[in-house]
Design a protein around this ligand. Sequence first.
Ligand code: FES
Length: 88
Amino acid sequence: MSETEVELDGERQSLVLLRAGDSLRAWLNICPHAGRRLDWAPGKFLVDQGRLVCAAHGASFELGAGVCVAGPCRGASLTAVAVAVDAA
Ligand code: FES
């Protein structure tokens, strides 16, 4: 799991990147609970039992669809961002 910054719709945004084999997933680095960053320091994420844990208040997200499965925003989802791996 890593973090990168990109320009989206004219704004600088931090993304959470998760690569597994040839697949790459990305979400905005914004927690649906209170809008805080998910990492505790830039690019430093808490992962517990395969779930991403928000550093602010402990919401826990499964890493398939990015749904919160425990914590203060249970049932809410991270915002997915379409990305692709360029083999060039
Ligand atoms: S901002 Fe993430 S759990 Fe509160």
